[in-house]
Write a new protein. Structure first.
Length: 288
């Protein structure tokens, strides 16, 4: 290859360590072939650009997740000098690019990029930028294209997917419009935020026949002081109310969640509150 680009994620530290190890392998290749272009793209490039650029002898190109359209130009420049492009673009959604899909019945469709929540443990607003939603018409066109290609299920993706709003339509509108697409059998979405689970969204989940009776609703902690330290914008009472509304609207709902323990400042009592709530709510599955 004339160029090697590692596409990266910055959500988990293990992934970052693997990338740094891979760069060591490519440094050996570059010592044998000085003309080889080595680049890092994606969220890790955005998050660790200073640390990555310290490895100047290895890297020729560092490009963040909003710079992919400029890859041909950046590669041409990187052939003669190191290049970094980590600008975040409030208008970039890649909504006009049709994904290439493999075989299977499920299509993953990005409804929203970035995040405005700024939870204290999360890097996403800094690596992906502020929240912006793709126009509903473009998303429905993607759904129809996926169905025409053989997919029977779509999964809408977004850091806080139920806060989706394209300026005119909200997430409830997106679910209802998708429910009307002929040939589609199932609709899923991940991950919603408890604070954005409006009555309109709950009603749409209940009334749309194709929306699966399953919601992944991250809790993180059942202790209000820990939730406040995390910047989660809801209390346990708020979360309980959302769960009650969902279970009333969708009998037999499968409920899954995310939990963080050992958060800085968490006491034994805080931990026990979370354990007690998990016994009370009885999730079907949890990422712990």
């Amino acid at each position: 290859a004339d160029a090697i680009i590692i596409n990266t994620c910055a959500i988990r530290e293990h992934a970052e360590q693997r990338v740094l190890g891979r760069l060591g392998d490519y440094a050996r290749l570059k010592s044998q072939r000085p003309g080889l272009i080595v680049g890092v793209a994606g969220c890790m490039a955005q998050h660790l650009r200073a640390r990555l650029l310290d490895k100047a002898r290895v890297l020729d190109l560092v490009v963040g997740p909003d710079g992919y359209r400029r890859l041909p130009e950046l590669l041409a420049r990187a052939a003669s000098e190191p290049v970094a492009d980590v600008r975040l673009d409030r208008d970039e959604t890649y909504g006009d690019l049709e994904p290439r899909r493999g075989q299977g019945v499920r299509a993953w469709i990005t409804a929203q990029r970035g995040c405005d929540k700024f939870c204290t443990y999360c890097v996403v607003p800094y690596t992906r930028g502020r929240e912006r939603s793709l126009p509903l018409a473009e998303l429905i066109a993607q759904v129809r294209s996926a169905v025409a290609g053989g997919c029977r299920e779509v999964v809408f993706l977004g850091q806080t997917v139920n806060s989706y709003h394209d300026g005119t339509h909200d997430f409830a509108d997106l679910l209802r419009a998708t429910d009307a697409v002929e040939g589609l059998l199932r609709i899923r979405f991940t991950s919603p935020h408890p604070s954005d689970m409006s009555e309109r969204v709950v009603t749409a989940i209940a009334e749309c026949a194709k929306v699966c009776p399953q919601v992944h609703l991250p809790l993180q902690s059942a202790s209000d002081p820990v939730l406040e330290a995390m910047g989660r914008t809801y209390s346990l009472a708020d979360y309980r109310d959302v769960v009650a509304r969902l279970r009333t609207a969708v009998p037999g709902l499968a409920l899954t969640t995310d939990i963080i323990v050992g958060f800085p400042g968490e006491s034994e009592a805080d931990f026990e509150q979370t354990a007690a709530y998990m016994r009370e709510v009885r999730y079907d599955s949890a990422f712990l």
